[in-house]
Design a protein around this ligand. Structure first.
Ligand code: SAM
Ligand code: DTB
Ligand code: SF4
Length: 350
């Protein structure tokens, strides 16, 4: 196994990928693409390690936005009831359970267009207490102002998730209540505040390969590669405009993961929403293509995820193990691995 810290210091990062280059990667013979992605993966990471994050919806439903995929938009009849922001104590208890189950990062999600300033102290209290458990903290709360981003950073927030969701030229077919540029602005506030970015998108929304390439090209040409890149496969929820969309070819999904890995070698590429309906074999192909992170726990925000027993059994069958908390970031100083709590999780140590 290569010395990860040396490999991280030497592997080149590019921020100038052209659409043609990205499409040429997509067009490679499948096995050649996997070989290249697997080689890049090995240069930067131990391919047997998977970063494990657990999600909690701290404020569910009732969202004023119109994202065509989302069960939490108030305007669609999806059966998701709107709730208030959870109490801090209840969130911390969920975080404790996630840690005990083997997660190293805890991500708190809210169905907001953007947080109100009065919400920030409440979310800050959650972040402080979750971090005090020894977990990495992540939040996804919608658009952030510069001041809000700094307040969350001061509370100890490590990562902020804000997705581009799709290519700039397809975006207007999916979301009408905020602009693509608004997303770029939030990401810039997050970076300027000194937090790590978690930014990816959704595939299987009826976009073309060119548009999948456009999403990845945009991610890989941001001022800094996102530290985590969630690749979600659309979870089709009855009542949303995208329910009934033709399923994406699973091999095309694997290609998307592989191209993301090649373009952003040092980022955590997360096999995100959509795993519940994937076979173990498809997930294994995604890991072989360079995915090295998952959401872990029975629920995403409002929809299902594989139960932890299935994931731990899959890890065991594939010889994978959870990654320890890392001091890392795609374009930041790579200080190597800080071994924390979970590599020896009893369920996978054998
Ligand atoms: N409201 C905030 C926002 O939109 O940024 C945070 C929560 S929102 C649910 C986070 C992300 O979840 C979205 O950007 C989208 O990428 C993903 N997502 C939502 N519904 C999904 C679905 N049905 N299938 C796949 N991904 C989904
Ligand atoms: C991300 O890219 N995917 C996660 C997380 N970031 C917040 C959310 C997936 C949500 C899937 C639909 C649901 O469970 O409501
Ligand atoms: Fe609201 Fe976020 Fe869902 Fe869009 S993705 S409707 S902003 S919760």
């Amino acid at each position: 196994m290569p010395d990860v810290s040396i490999a991280l210091a030497t592997a080149p990062l590019r921020h100038d990928w052209s659409r043609e280059e990205v499409l040429a990667l997509f067009a490679l013979p499948f096995t050649e693409l996997l070989h290249r992605a697997g080689s890049v993966h090995r240069e930067c990471f131990d391919p047997a390690e998977i970063q494990v994050s657990t999600l909690l919806s701290v404020k569910t439903g009732g969202c004023p936005e119109d994202c065509g995929y989302c069960p939490q938009a108030a305007r669609y009849h999806t059966g998701v009831d709107a709730t208030k922001l959870m109490e801090t104590g209840a969130v911390v208890e969920k975080a404790r359970q996630a840690k005990a189950a083997g997660a190293s990062r805890f991500c708190m999600g809210a169905a907001w267009r953007s947080p109100k300033d009065r919400d920030i102290p409440k979310v800050a209290a959650m972040i402080r207490e979750v971090k005090a458990l020894g977990l990495e903290t992540c939040a996804t709360l919608g658009m952030l102002s510069d001041t809000q981003a700094h307040a969350l950073k001061d509370a100890g927030l490590d990562y902020y998730n804000h997705n581009l969701d799709t290519a700039p030229e397809f975006y207007g077919e999916i979301i009408h209540t905020r602009e693509f540029q608004d997303r770029l602005d939030t990401l810039s506030h997050v970076r300027d505040a000194g937090m790590k970015t978690c930014c990816g998108g959704i595939v299987g929304m009826g976009e073309s390969r060119e548009q999948r390439a456009g999403l990845l090209q945009t991610l890989a040409t941001l001022p800094a590669h996102p530290d985590s890149v969630p690749i979600n496969r659309l979870v089709q929820v009855a009542g949303t405009p995208l329910a009934g969309t033709a399923e994406l070819d699973p091999f095309e999904f694997v290609r998307t993961i592989a191209v993301a890995r090649i373009l952003m070698p040092k980022s955590m590429v997360r096999l995100s929403a959509g795993r519940e309906s994937m076979s173990d074999e498809l997930q294994a192909l995604c890991f072989a293509a360079g995915a090295n992170s998952i959401f872990y726990g029975e629920k995403l925000l409002t929809t299902g995820n594989p139960d932890t027993g299935r994931d731990l059994a899959l890890f065991a069958r594939l010889g994978l193990r959870p990654m320890a908390v890392r001091v890392d970031a795609a374009d930041h100083d790579h200080a190597g691995t800080v071994h924390a709590s979970i590599t020896d999780h009893p369920a996978v140590a054998a």
